[in-house]
Structure formats: structure tokens, C-alpha cells
Design a protein around this ligand. Structure first.
Ligand code: ATP
Length: 360
């Protein structure tokens, strides 16, 4: 099988006595949109900078089409980086900014202008060709930065939180534009973000990092529905995590003894009776009623608060033992319950909608 386009093979990055990235293994396929995500300081930017050649790995190897890249200078790589501050030249026109990348590659005169103009047209900013950068809006600047990176027709475009300086409305529009552009061009995008919604909206796969280590890599749906460990379950989505111990196993289900009673959970990992585990239930898998908390996976609780997210509402429910449980429901499903603060409700979910995590 041919090697993937980009391979990060056991890369480590140390700064003095601090290890920012620990033995990271990641393969990125040609044409893929991959998002590196994780909390602040987890090593996302350091990883991207190593791919761009702005940092050298302390250990391990980066290969692009099978070629070792560790010692290749950034300007000799085919991996431009677009970042939040965009680093455009304010004193140059839009056209000159975009031509800059080609100038560095000795593309001359009319050919340079022709190629730059074709990218300005593609990104819908050709009419601003003679404007200075500070005469543009945030979204227009963003497109100039993209045009400047894409004009050299790179194999991989690296993007470091490129939308974080834009307002929320524009972020949503630019996400759709970026995804469309990536699909049309077939270029590999490697995108760093701390935002789950941004990563999930655009990426084919997300790679989640914490404290310099890769936690899980997979399509957004898989990472959302089947978090690999507690960190991912807490970082992604709106998961409820209940700790307990397996008391018995039968027909692919585990009975888990918890401070909230015995819960039934899907046992798709190699589990044994006696194992300490966490049962993960996504907030959008929970139903709410005002009936009695009887039968399988039914917990009684008291409404603490509700949080509006447009058509959806997240209910925060006190289930005792100092634990707040979240249920995400459509607004119209909640209305008949009159779920005001202090109201007693019953929360329910199906065993097949749970994930069991073994406590390490
Ligand atoms: P953010 O979302 O805040 O940008 P990040 O996940 O991109 O965070 P990195 O910038 O990769 O994080 O930093 C990872 C760790 O390495 C941090 O603890 C940071 O302080 C440290 N670090 C980064 N660059 C250097 C440097 N040049 N010298 C020393 N430590 C560094």
C-alpha cells in the first residue's frame, strides 16, 4: 500500500525540560480535511509548526510523499501556513500580497499576475485587487490570506485558528466556504482549532490532543458517539459520565453499580465483572418525562436550570450526590413539561446509547 501523503512518525518536541508533543503518530491522506483540536497548550500549534518547518522535531520523522522533511526549510516545503493574524503586508495591494508567494518562487511578470488574478477571482475578491489590506473587512482579508497560500498550489494547506479573529456570523459563512473550497480543489487541509463546532463542521477526521498526546483520531461522528477515553468524553459533546463498577455481564450488556442505582450499559469493550468503569450518556440521547423513575436506566432529578441554544434546550438536572446531569431536548418537547427550576423529572436513556469506558 502506498504511504499516506503526510506521515508524522513518533514525533516529539521538547523545549528545555518541557515536552510539548509526545510521540505523535498520525497519517494524513491526500485530499483529506483533518482538524487538530484540543484545549489551550495541548500542542496543536507546535505540531502544525513542525509540519510547516517552523519547528524541528526533537525526535521522530515527518515524511511528505515518503520523503523525510525534518531538515527541509519552510520555504522549500509545499506546506504554507495560514494563521489567525494572517501576516499580510499592510502596505502592499491585495494583488501584490497574493503575487508575493510566486515572486519567492521566481515566477515572473505577466504569468505571476495571471495566476494571482485567477485566485482572486476564484475567491471573489478580484474587484479589490488594488486596495490596501487595511481597506478590507475581516472576511475579505481572510480570503486574501487564503489566495496567497493557495496561489503556489500546495499539496497541503496548514491553517492555525484562521477564523478566530472573525465575528460569529462570519465564522459560519467562512466555514462553509473553506469546506467547499477544499472539496473543489482536492487539496489536503490540516486545520488547528480549539473549537469543536468548527472542527466538526468541516473536517473529515478530527485528531484530539491533550497535554501533547493524541487521544483519539476519527470522523467527527465516531468521536462524538464513541469517545475513546474520559478526556475525549469530557471534551467533546455534552456527555454525562457516571462512575461505577460492573456487577454482571449478559447478552452484550453490563449492569453497572453506581451511586445512582444499577445502570444497564452497552458492553462492547473487553469488560469483566468487578471492573471499575464510567458509563457515558450523551445529553442528546436522554429523554425527560414527569412520570415515575421506574425500570431500566431511569433517574429522578430536580431541574437546576435550562440553557437555550435556539431550537434546543439543555436542561441541567440535579440527580443527587452533588452531580448535575444534562439532557438536550427540542424546545417543543420540553414545553408541555413546564420544566422550571425545582421541578422533579425523570431522565431515561437506552442501554444501546451508552458507552462504557474502563477506568485506567
Ligand atoms: P493554543 O490553543 O493556546 O494556541 P496549542 O495547543 O496550540 O495552544 P502550543 O502552542 O502547541 O499549544 O504549545 C504547547 C506547549 O508548548 C505549551 O505548554 C507552550 O507553553 C509550550 N511552548 C510552545 N512554544 C514554546 C517555545 N517556543 N518555548 C517553550 N515552550 C513552548
Amino acid at each position: 500500500m502506498p504511504e499516506p501523503l503526510l506521515v508524522l512518525d513518533g514525533i516529539v518536541k521538547r523545549y528545555d525540560d518541557h515536552t510539548a508533543v509526545h510521540r505523535l503518530d498520525l497519517d494524513i491522506a491526500a485530499g483529506e480535511f483533518i482538524a487538530l483540536m484540543g484545549p489551550s497548550g495541548c500542542g496543536k500549534t507546535t505540531t502544525l509548526r513542525m509540519i510547516a518547518g517552523l519547528e524541528t522535531p526533537s525526535e521522530g520523522e515527518i515524511r511528505l510523499r515518503g520523503r523525510r522533511m525534518n531538515e527541509v526549510k519552510p520555504w522549500e516545503r509545499d506546506t504554507p501556513l495560514v494563521w489567525q493574524s494572517l501576516a499580510l503586508f499592510p502596505f502592499m495591494s491585495v494583488l501584490k500580497n497574493v503575487e508575493f508567494g510566486l515572486k519567492m518562487r521566481d515566477v515572473v511578470g505577466p504569468e505571476r499576475t495571471r495566476r494571482a488574478m485567477s485566485w482572486l477571482e476564484r475567491l471573489g475578491i478580484a474587484k479589490y485587487r488594488d486596495r490596501k489590506i487595511d481597506q478590507l473587512s475581516g472576511g475579505e482579508r481572510q480570503r486574501v490570506a487564503l489566495a496567497r497560500a493557495l496561489v503556489t498550489e500546495p499539496e497541503i494547506l496548514l491553517l492555525d485558528e484562521p477564523l478566530s479573529a472573525l465575528d460569529a456570523h462570519l465564522v459560519i459563512r467562512m466555514q462553509a466556504e473553506l469546506k467547499q473550497l477544499q472539496q473543489q480543489l482536492g487539496i489536503t487541509f490540516c486545520y488547528v482549532t480549539h473549537s469543536q463546532s468548527e472542527a466538526f463542521a468541516m473536517a473529515d477526521r478530527v485528531a484530539i490532543m491533550a497535554e501533547g498526546r493524541l487521544q483519539q483520531v476519527g470522523p467527527p461522528r465516531e468521536v462524538y458517539r464513541a469517545p475513546a477515553n474520559r478526556f475525549v468524553a469530557e471534551f467533546v459533546g455534552a456527555n454525562n459520565i457516571l462512575s461505577g463498577r460492573i456487577v454482571s455481564l449478559a447478552k452484550g450488556l453490563a449492569a453497572v453499580d453506581t451511586p445512582f442505582g444499577t445502570l444497564q450499559a452497552k458492553a462492547d469493550q473487553a469488560c469483566q465483572a468487578g471492573d471499575p468503569v464510567a458509563v457515558v450518556v450523551s445529553a442528546d440521547r436522554v429523554t425527560v418525562s414527569d412520570g415515575k423513575a421506574e425500570g431500566e436506566n431511569a433517574l429522578a432529578g430536580t431541574v437546576i436550570s435550562e440553557e437555550f441554544v435556539g431550537a434546543f434546550v439543555t436542561l441541567h438536572v440535579d440527580i443527587g450526590e452533588d452531580k448535575s446531569f444534562r439532557a438536550q431536548l427540542q424546545q417543543h418537547a420540553l414545553e408541555p413539561l413546564g420544566a422550571v427550576r425545582g421541578k422533579r423529572l425523570t431522565l431515561r436513556w437506552k442501554p444501546e446509547h451508552t458507552v462504557i469506558l474502563k477506568n485506567k
